[in-house]
Design a protein. Structure first.
Length: 427
């Protein structure tokens, strides 16, 4: 009879994808089985007992009866097959069975959260609204934040956007300050690119779990176009991002105040050899037309959003969640290396307008807005257009590849579940 026992590993490869933590069977516990013929798990046994209690209470007229939905355990069916059809399996392979199930349940935790608990009762299926969706760069929200009221959650998200944008601008503008004030001795333009790249990486790590770390109005508007966030969220995020950039500019100014005074002798200049306004806001290169500047911003921001869409697409199995901030940092560094000449790769309306507004407040004058034939509007409008173009280019590409942004994998998991179930029943 033992020769007919099915191979343990083969069976586990088939059933492991829908073994859930709540359905793991302790094969050493003899009290787990309701009868000698059909083994049941703790969960099914408890549900059966509660169902009997609720029926008895209802018949006796008790008002405390609770209706318990019927849930058929997949493990019950599998264990019935193993222990009844192959009774020797339980006595000789229970330790291997228990160990392999324990190993598989952690690996397949995702399936536990995506497929219906029962294939026999559609009422127990997990609803789409129960999922924490992952739109482009939405991230994984903290449970503590989700449990709060909508207004407190929005406040937390705004604070995350403010902090993330402040970190980005603080690192980036400090890198520019060191490069400018040392006249290129202590650093180079490449170090400025890395300052913005690593600043973005840290900002995403900080703000990502709460708000998704947009830290860029162009990203927020792109998410609004995909209906990943509400208009209220978009407005709140953008205001928070501008405020965070403004605060960061003040921190940079305070940190390098003495060095700035020594460099420009207390005369705040926007252009010239002793100009320091470029530490905060971007400036156009000499001889570059506004058409070229605008195209530069559209193209570079479109590339940024294409990269963000690809990285945050959950069907992209090449990148884990923890690797996304690193990839974002290197992407921004690459954009700075490739597109930094024309206007310093702002690619972020908040990163440019917030510090530019700060320079107006600390004595640089209205020239910060009129310089370059009123160039200031290009780092605002250009990235917004570029972000929308990049987002919808990737969205169309994903449609062609049948990879939908923001769509969960429940249908794939359900199909896999049904195939595995059919394979088990045919054994």
């Amino acid at each position: 009879m033992l020769n007919n026992i099915p191979d343990t590993r083969n069976i586990q490869n088939k059933i492991g994808s829908f073994i859930t933590p709540n359905e793991v069977v302790d094969l050493d516990d003899e009290n787990e089985f309701e009868s000698k013929d059909i083994p049941v798990s703790h969960e099914s046994y408890d549900l059966g007992q509660r169902r009997k209690s609720s029926v008895s209470s209802a018949q006796s007229g008790s008002s405390s009866s609770v209706e318990v939905p019927r849930r058929n355990s997949t493990v019950d069916m599998v264990m019935h097959h193993l222990c009844v059809v192959h009774p020797g399996y339980h006595s000789h392979e229970k330790k291997n069975m228990r160990r392999e199930i324990q190993q598989r349940r952690n690996i397949d935790a995702y399936i536990y959260h995506t497929v219906p608990i029962s294939s026999f009762d559609e009422q127990t299926s997990i609803k789409y609204s129960d999922f924490v969706q992952r739109p482009i760069f939405q991230g994984i929200r903290l449970d503590a934040i989700r449990s709060q009221s909508p207004w407190l959650r929005l406040l937390a998200e705004c604070l995350a956007e403010l902090l993330g944008t402040a970190i980005l601008v603080l690192f980036g503008c400090s890198g520019i300050a060191q490069y400018t004030l040392s006249r290129g001795v202590l650093s180079s333009f490449l170090s400025v690119n890395f300052a913005f790249g690593f600043g973005a990486m840290i900002a995403v790590y900080v703000a990502g779990p709460v708000s998704g770390a947009h830290i860029n109005p162009a990203v927020s508007i792109a998410m609004l176009s995909l209906r990943s966030i509400t208009p209220l969220q978009c407005i709140a995020y953008i205001l928070s991002q501008f405020l965070g950039a403004f605060i960061a500019a003040g921190l940079v100014f305070g940190t390098y105040f003495d060095a700035i005074n020594q460099f420009d002798h207390g005369v705040r200049k926007v252009t010239g050899v002793e100009a320091t306004a470029g530490i905060f806001g971007t400036l156009p290169a000499q001889g570059v037309s506004q058409i070229s500047l605008f195209f530069d911003q559209v193209l570079s921001t479109a590339l940024l959003l294409i990269a963000l869409c690809s990285l945050s697409n959950k069907r992209n199995k090449l990148v884990a969640n923890a690797q996304i901030p690193i990839a974002v940092g290197f992407m921004i560094t690459a954009i700075g290396v490739a597109f930094g000449y024309n206007c310093g790769f702002p690619i972020n309306p908040a990163r440019d307008f917030g510090p530019r507004l700060f320079t107006l407040c600390v004595g640089y004058g209205s020239e910060v807005f009129s310089v370059g034939n009123y160039y200031f509007w290009i780092p605002i409008v250009g990235p917004i257009f570029g972000g929308l173009i990049g987002t919808w280019v990737y969205h169309g590409y994903s449609k062609l590849m049948k990879v939908h942004i923001g769509e969960d994998d429940r249908e794939i998991a359900r199909a896999r579940y049904q195939v595995d179930l059919q394979n088990i029943t045919r054994m």
